[in-house]
Design a protein around this ligand. Structure first.
Ligand code: DAH
Length: 347
């Protein structure tokens, strides 16, 4: 067979493929038939690619020409195929939209959820409610008198340094703790007082894995005649058992706060290692959960309570820290960056 024939043959083959394929494509009435035609003519082992393998036996000088023809056929078929795909889609579309497709999976509705810190606050409030505590609130913009002076923290006292804050107009600041709510409640109500005051506080703190310049606190205050340290410990123990579990142990460590005397830092046995020592408790087996103490008589004097008649206890805790512990969140910023993907898992 001469080379002329080879080329001629290939041309004929290509032409017949073209005609046949065009027909098959145009006649396809659904995607499946169209796909079959594509595989048959344009597929990797399809007629076109088999015909093209004949190119090898075409003499070198005629190969470019033959190759060009082959490419043209290929392009024509591909374009026609694409057009037919669109045509079929358009043809089928009205039918599809005639009614809802009940086989589609449902769309998930966005549901809001409770932020993990809010969940912790609510739970703390619920537990103390069982002991007769109600919720109270105070302003985030405070006077330096409520925030410091009435709480027995002179403005030039080193304890005020730890509360470096954002100062506003003369005598006003963003509160550095929720303790001023104690002052406001006592100035408005006579004992007995049992309140919890959750809220935002502000400090000139860095924003890193364990600090945020704005964070939540929950303040507690109980004042009545005859409240002693035993009642105070019992209330804290009750809370710890209810919140962290009945096998959790409590430890009171002597501390100092100007508004309580004596003062204590309350630790609980580490809820992660149960006291044997791990990274969360820095190998001590204990985790600090709050500052607390018996209300300093100086505070009673500032708010106009008779310190000879009344006693009480107070405490303050950071629910973000507690949420981190409970849900094993390694970085406090995760709580404040409104990353819904992250927060959603607690909802
Ligand atoms: N206000 C303290 C702080 O922010 C926490 C605190 C300690 C509150 C002892 C209290 C308390 O009510 O008795 O560091």
């Amino acid at each position: 067979m001469s080379s002329k024939d080879e080329h001629g043959n290939l041309r004929e083959t290509l032409e017949s493929i073209r005609v046949e394929a065009l027909e098959a494509i145009q006649e396809a009435e659904d995607a499946e038939t169209l796909e079959k035609a594509r595989v048959r003519f344009l597929g990797r082992n399809g007629l076109l690619s088999r015909a093209l393998s004949g190119l090898r036996s075409v003499p070198a000088e005629e190969r470019p020409e033959a190759g060009k023809t082959a490419n043209q056929v290929k392009q024509t078929l591909e374009t026609t195929l694409e057009l037919r795909v669109d045509e079929l889609a358009a043809l089928l579309a009205p039918e599809e939209s005639a009614g809802p497709d009940l086989t589609l999976p449902g769309r998930r509705q966005w549901r809001g959820g409770v932020h993990p810190v809010t969940a912790v606050i609510d739970e703390i409030c619920e537990i103390f409610k069982e002991l007769g505590f109600t919720r109270a609130a105070g302003p985030e913009v405070e006077t330096d008198w409520h925030n410091f002076t009435a709480l027995n923290i002179p403005l030039d006292h080193p304890a005020a340094d730890m509360h470096d804050t954002f100062y506003l107009d003369e005598g006003l600041l963003l509160r550095t703790h929720t303790s001023p709510v104690q002052v406001r409640v006592m100035m408005e109500h006579e004992p007995p007082v049992r309140i919890l005051a959750p809220g935002m506080v502000f400090r000139r703190d860095p924003y890193d894995a364990s600090h945020a310049p704005a964070f939540e606190q929950v303040e507690g205050l109980a004042v009545d005649e005859g409240i002693d340290f035993i009642e105070f410990r019992a209330a804290i123990d009750y809370f710890v058992h209810r919140f962290f579990g009945p096998s959790t142990r409590t430890r009171f460590r002597p501390s100092y706060f100007p508004f309580t005397e004596p003062s204590a830092e309350v630790d609980v046995s580490c809820i992660i290692c149960e006291g044997s020592g791990c990274a969360a408790c820095k190998r001590t087996g204990w985790i600090e959960i709050m500052g607390s103490g018996m209300v300093n008589p100086a505070v009673f004097e500032a708010v106009g309570y008779d310190p000879e008649r009344y006693t009480g206890y107070a405490f303050g805790m950071g629910p973000a820290r507690i949420a981190m512990l409970r849900y094993r969140i390694p970085d406090i910023r995760l709580l404040y960056e409104a990353d819904v993907g992250f927060l959603e898992q607690f909802a």
